[in-house]
Design a binder for this molecule. Structure first.
Ligand SMILES: Cc1cc2nc3c(=O)[nH]c(=O)nc-3n(C[C@H](O)[C@H](O)[C@H](O)COP(=O)(O)OP(=O)(O)OC[C@H]3O[C@@H](n4cnc5c(N)ncnc54)[C@H](O)[C@@H]3O)c2cc1C
Length: 505
């Protein structure tokens, strides 16, 4: 135990993508973090196989995207329930889904976490929680060994869909049950002649087979006429039998590296926070994996929560800041559950759905429809309920090119240190004076914009602002339009809301 009486400012349960990203965000913002993970080490298994534009952007905001681009494969199109979606280059510097296995994402995030000084305890399963006014005691069990307890100011459950932290803290998980079963496996298919079989629809479901790595296929066999029991074991033979039922052959399937199961069950935690316990990632929401949004949403939960929780545990901001985590991220989760329910409805077999898919794919030829669906899946159009009527308020800041006295830069480079940034553009200096009382907590940058207009995915082009306060997660907390007088009280209110009260310089 440390002298302060806690083992860490924050204990995170689960070293999946969400827990790892959260740990890094907390460390960058100065919090001490311990990850406790039930497993003894990495399994090398991959459920997710890709990342979307906004996730690529948040990694870019931290200066670590190159590590992922070096091993990932940019895809020309995305999909909504298996129907192709086009991407648009003006919306992001990364207008593509990046095909990259979850195991590689976890490995790279873990390497970064180690560089940042995150501590890990493996073979440490959360089995009990007791919270009081000053912290949380977390009981760890590694059957059959005796249990031990670690103490933290806050505990975050990033422990997946069956989250023990969620159950132990009494948070409800309402939603809709499974109506189908999909089996998934990484296997060899010597008799399949194509590298890529995209969603092949059949009378009772569909199947696909995609060569993620040379010689290895990811096979998904979805059947809509049965729902597997929650604890029923998953076997290679079940996957083979399911593929034979759907495709009429198993293509000589051999050598399973990994088999698993998923469904269209969709549930969301009623509260993302119960006192000193918070939930993020699959612990807070589960849904049909169509469109590949789950890992992305977990990483983005982490980026929303990390800087807020670090500001609270290091005494820079009041505890009430944590409530904005639920109010901002719960609606995003709701929206994803909604669109994945729509995707699972569109995937059902039968002539009625075939007709619906025909109609839907014709609609998707319209730019507006394509853009709307793309915004949902990429999360580029997420807007948080932030005060102010500037079009950027609450939206993710575009990665505009800037010039400063030090040279050329861009907005995301300013966010590498994960600190709030107050950018004054086109020579506006009175903004800096208004932010005097926050000089210890905000980075002031005087710059000019290379472009007169900035592109915002759901708005098209807007005039470059005169000044903007950017939160560490890359969302705009306050902005002033070029030519308008600077609303100093509004700027000070935004600084107070997001950074805490002013202090004497
Ligand atoms: C078939 C399939 C394909 C998918 N494809 C995509 C995709 O392309 N894109 C995408 O974005 N998402 C995809 N997803 C979803 C994605 O895999 C999940 O959303 C993601 O893994 C969630 O990350 P997480 O860190 O929140 O939880 P997890 O990855 O589940 O990690 C939870 C961690 O907590 C640990 N743990 C559990 N209980 C405890 C405990 N009591 N104490 C301590 N540790 C514990 C676990 O061992 C695990 O390491 C897919 C899912 C499936 C099923």
């Amino acid at each position: 135990m440390e002298s302060s009486g806690v083992d860490a400012d924050v204990v995170i349960a689960g070293a999946g993508p969400t827990g790892l990203m959260l740990a890094c965000e907390l460390r960058l913002a100065g919090a001490d973090v311990l990850i406790v993970e039930r497993l003894a080490g990495r399994t090398g298994e991959s459920r997710a196989g890709g990342m979307h534009s906004r996730t690529l952007e948040v990694l870019d905001q931290r200066g670590i995207l190159d590590r992922f681009l070096a091993i990932g494969d940019a895809q020309p199109v995305g999909h909504f329930s298996g129907l192709y979606l086009e991407f648009d280059e003006s919306e992001s510097r990364h207008p593509y889904p990046l095909m990259i296995l979850q195991a590689d994402i976890e490995r790279l995030l873990e390497e970064w976490a180690v560089e940042l000084g995150v501590r890990f305890q493996w073979s440490a399963e959360v089995t009990g929680i007791a919270q009081d006014d000053s912290g949380v005691s977390v009981e760890l069990g590694t059957a059959p060994a005796a249990t031990r307890t670690v103490r933290a100011r806050y505990l975050v459950g990033c422990d997946g869909g069956r989250s023990a932290v969620r159950k132990l803290s009494g948070i409800d998980f309402p939603g809709t049950p499974a109506t189908m079963t999909a089996l998934i496996g990484d296997v060899e298919l010597p008799e399949l002649t194509e590298d890529y079989v995209w969603v092949r629809r059949c009378p009772t479901g569909d199947w696909s087979a995609i060569a993620f790595e040379p010689g290895w296929y990811r096979v998904i066999a979805s059947e809509y006429d049965r729902v597997a029991g929650r604890d029923e074991p998953v076997t290679f033979e079940q996957l083979r039998a399911s593929l034979i039922r759907l495709a009429g052959t198993d293509f000589g399937m051999t050598g399973p590296r990994w088999v698993s199961r998923f469904s269209d069950a969709a549930r969301q935690a009623a509260q993302y926070r119960a006192g000193r316990v918070l939930l993020a990632g699959d612990a807070a929401h589960i849904h049909f994996p169509a469109g590949g949004q789950g890992l992305n949403m977990g990483v983005q939960d982490a980026v929303n929560l990390g800087w807020k929780l670090a500001a609270v545990v290091t005494g820079r901001a009041p505890e009430s800041l944590l409530d904005t985590y639920h109010s901002e991220r719960h609606p995003v989760g709701e929206q994803v559950l909604h669109n994945t329910r729509a995707q699972s409805a569109l995937a059902r077999p039968g002539p009625h759905t075939d007709a619906l898919r025909d109609v839907f794919s014709t609609l998707m030829e319209s730019d507006d429809v394509n853009r709307r669906l793309r915004g949902m899946l990429t999360a580029l159009t997420v807007r948080y309920p932030v005060d102010g009527d500037h079009p950027l308020a609450g939206r993710r800041v575009p990665d505009a090119d800037l010039k400063t006295a030090e040279g050329d830069t861009c907005v995301y480079e300013l966010l590498h240190a994960a600190r709030p940034v107050l950018v004054t553009l086109n020579g506006i200096t009175e903004v800096a004076a208004a932010a005097d009382g926050w000089a210890d907590r905000v980075e002031l940058v005087d710059a000019t914009s290379e472009d007169d207009y900035w592109f915002v995915p759901d708005l098209d082009e807007i005039p470059a602002p005169a000044a903007l306060l950017i939160r560490p997660d890359g969302h705009v907390a306050w902005a002033a339009a070029d030519g308008d007088p600077i609303d100093r009280p509004a700027l000070r209110a935004a600084l107070t809301t997001w950074l805490g009260p002013a202090r004497q310089p």
